[in-house]
Write a protein that binds this ligand. Structure first.
Ligand code: ZN
Length: 303
């Protein structure tokens, strides 16, 4: 509660003394998740400043804005976030800001709702892990490019060129995945992870997806969930289960133990990047690299 009050007071104070001058004339863009940060950097290039609030390994469902974040948000020219209630606790801050000078842009909200996977768990009524549908991520790229062009027409040509290049790379990624996935027979396409982040991935590539913690990490898995999933793994002869980089690995280890206690074996197939990319500067630190890494890890472990 105290945390909340400090943040709200900060927003009010900072908004009333916002300094409009920019150091070098570049747009100041603030982003939430690493997936969106990477995307905006790809489109904006050197023409903008991008500041991502969440780092690698950070769980957006649980993320709370710090006082430093609020200052960044207030000084931003544009704010991009996923929306669909992915960033459950950041939304309170955004809602407060919406009434002020700028409206943060929820990229997920601009997608065709008829194409989204429904969920009763989230206040949005949709599964927010939309970036795993590469077509949706392409739409994010187009939207980001459009907004940047509007706000900074002098650099519009650059933004459009970057958009075109990045869309081509995403297209290539889709082709490569299609080819790679053929190496995994359909009955082996069962993905068991810490939480339900991969429903859009499953839909795109024919995987049955089961998350131990449901759609959000805000609720912990109970003993019953672990036992039920252990039985499922045995019944479907699932070879491997996966840790997620932004969720503590103990839940998946508990699941492995539960399978073992029933005289069966399942291996931990590696760590997947779900709600956050890997460290900056590594292959997994970009969206393109993350997707390639996940695909390789999944296919190697389940084959
Ligand atoms: Zn998630």
């Amino acid at each position: 509660m105290k945390h909340k009050i400090i943040i709200l007071v900060l927003i009010t104070v900072l908004f009333s003394c916002k300094d409009e001058t920019k150091i070098d004339g570049k747009l100041n863009v603030v982003t939430s998740t690493t997936m969106i940060t990477d995307l905006v950097k790809n489109i904006g290039g050197d023409a903008i400043h991008v500041e991502g609030l969440m780092g690698s390994g950070v769980d957006p469902h649980l993320y709370k804005a710090s006082e430093g974040d609020v200052t960044k948000l207030v000084n931003a020219d544009i704010i991009f976030y996923n929306g669909l209630h992915l960033e459950g606790k950041l939304v309170e801050v955004f809602e407060k800001m919406g009434s002020a000078t700028k409206t943060p842009i929820a990229l997920g909200e601009s997608l065709d709702k008829n194409k989204l996977i429904g969920s009763e768990y989230f206040a949005s009524n949709y599964d927010p892990h939309v970036w795993f549908n590469i077509d949706f991520y392409k739409q994010f790229a187009k939207k980001v490019s459009m907004v940047l062009c509007e706000k900074n027409p002098e650099n519009a040509e650059l933004f459009r060129a970057n958009e075109k290049r990045y869309l081509a790379e995403l297209e290539k990624l889709q082709d490569d995945i299609k080819g790679a996935i053929e190496n995994l027979s359909p009955e082996k396409r069962i993905l068991v992870t810490a939480h339900d982040a991969f429903n859009y991935f499953g839909e795109a590539y024919g995987f049955k997806v089961v998350g131990l913690q449901g759609l959000s990490t805000a609720t912990e898995a109970g003993v019953k969930d672990v036992q039920k999933l252990a039985e499922f793994i045995i019944a479907y002869e699932v070879k491997a289960i996966f840790i997620e980089s932004s969720v503590p690995k103990r839940t998946i280890e508990a699941l492995q133990e539960a399978v073992k206690s029933k005289d069966h074996e399942v291996v931990i197939g590696g760590t997947l990047y779900s709600d956050a990319l890997g460290n900056a500067g590594t292959l997994e630190g970009t969206y393109l690299g993350m997707y390639r890494y996940n695909i390789k890890t999944i296919i190697n472990a389940l084959r």
